[in-house]
Ligand binder design. Structure first.
Ligand code: HEM
Length: 391
């Protein structure tokens, strides 16, 4: 397997990881990334197959030791479906899917449109950052409403969530860990109160449905409910904020004609923005069974990285993959993963993009990028630090 070196925090790389991906893919399906000390899958066929292969999973073969001060964070992860495999993953996912129905999601379209109009009405004059004024507000407010969390707490959720996500940084400091732990404790306390309140006062919201959801006579425990709500609140906006901002950036940079946002073209355009520059680039998997794949011997207990962003630019899958083409008809792309952990929120994320983007471009026909957009330096959360525009 070819060994490659590339610091994941080098600014040139975090701004544009795709040249490195092209180089990595030219060596075959897998390569060894020295900086992570892990084999990585970079071709579409390998990433897609490994996401679906049940001999690979998110839960480590042996529980990983962690320092005592991180216990509150790992206590939340211990009940999070994203970190588990069958049978606990299957049970949690089924229970969540009972509450997180496509019927409930589909009704949100008009609400997203009203919110989009309100946000545009409040845009400041001159140059401004589209992240706090638009891209962040829509996913955060919608996930709060869906779960039944008061919108006035949206800023707390954002703060807690950002601090928790920073635990996934390649090289984190003790200060980052301490902030993440404080945020986790505050988030858990908030959710515990909230779940208690809803138990005594059921409403028409997702938290109530999660409390009531039952699968083969089993319900979610309080710890599972808290972890699931935190997962939905975090996952429900982190990636969508970035997908929204990157979509606006791409559409503006590529001078995309507004016909690409018309009702019959918008679905394909959104899929292409997610293929071309997805917000999540790397997830890892643990190996559960010895096996040989793509010429590499995997041993039980090994770990491998799956590069979603590299798979989405594979020339064996798409013609001219480094070109943005909103008319491209995409049947599969790895932005939302695949297999057992396929993103539960994909229909919601697509709905938010589909209802918000046409209104933004219709009401702001002269929208332009006013300063070079920069990605943050947490490479696998591929998100813009800001998007300065003017109307
Ligand atoms: C899982 C991407 C929005 C909830 C995932 C995974 C990906 C992903 C790649 C799979 C991770 C893996 O296989 O290891 C995205 C992207 C989004 C987005 C790109 C926006 C554009 C959302 C939203 C929600 C959500 C809006 C919830 C409201 C989840 C959950 C899982 C998940 C709960 C875990 C599923 C499981 O483990 O079975 N997402 N997501 N996501 N996503 Fe999303």
């Amino acid at each position: 397997m070819k060994r490659l070196t590339q610091s994941p925090t080098e600014p040139e790389f975090t701004q544009n990881p795709y040249a490195f991906y092209d180089r990595a893919r030219s060596h075959g399906d897998l390569f060894f990334w020295d900086d992570y000390e892990l084999p990585m899958a970079a071709s579409f066929r390998a990433v897609n197959a490994l996401l679906r292969d049940r001999r690979f999973g998110r839960e480590p073969v042996e529980p990983r030791p962690f320092p005592d001060h991180l216990a509150p964070f790992y206590a939340v992860e211990a009940h999070s479906m994203l970190e588990l495999e069958a049978p606990r993953h299957t049970r949690l996912r089924k229970l969540v899917l009972r509450a997180f129905t496509s019927r409930r999601i589909a009704t949100l379209g008009p609400e997203i449109e009203v919110l989009t109009h309100d946000l545009i009405d409040a845009f400041p004059e001159g140059e401004f950052d589209l992240l706090p004024t638009f891209a962040t507000r829509i996913p955060v407010i919608i996930i709060c409403r869906l779960l039944g969390v008061p919108e006035e707490r949206a800023d707390d959720l954002l703060h807690w969530s950002n601090a928790m996500v920073s635990m996934y940084q390649a090289r984190r400091t003790r200060a980052v860990e301490d902030e993440a732990i404080a945020a986790t404790e505050a988030f858990v306390a908030f959710m515990r109160d909230y779940v208690d309140q809803r138990r005594g006062d059921p409403r028409d919201d997702l938290i109530t449905e999660l409390i009531q959801a039952e699968e083969e006579g089993e319900k979610l425990s309080t710890d599972e409910l808290i972890s699931t709500c935190i997962l939905l609140l975090n996952a429900g906006h982190e990636a969508t904020v970035h997908a929204m901002a990157i979509a606006v950036k791409t559409l503006l940079e590529q001078n995309t004609p507004t016909t690409a946002l018309s009702p019959d073209a918008i679905d394909a355009t959104i899929e292409e923005t997610l293929r071309y520059d997805p917000p999540l680039h790397m997830f890892t998997r643990h190996v559960y069974e010895d096996t040989t794949l793509y010429g590499h011997d995997f041993k039980r207990g090994d770990e491998i990285g799956l590069l979603l962003g590299a798979a989405n630019r594979d020339p064996d899958m798409w013609d001219n993959p480094n070109q943005f083409d909103p008319a491209r008809q995409i049947k599969q792309n790895t932005a939302f993963g695949a297999g057992a952990h396929f993103c539960i929120g994909a229909p919601l994320a697509r709905l938010e993009l589909k209802h918000a983007l046409p209104i933004l471009f219709d009401r702001c026909p002269n929208l332009t990028i006013a300063a070079p957009p920069e990605f943050g330096n947490v490479y696998h959360f591929h998100g813009l630090a800001s998007l300065i525009v003017k109307r």
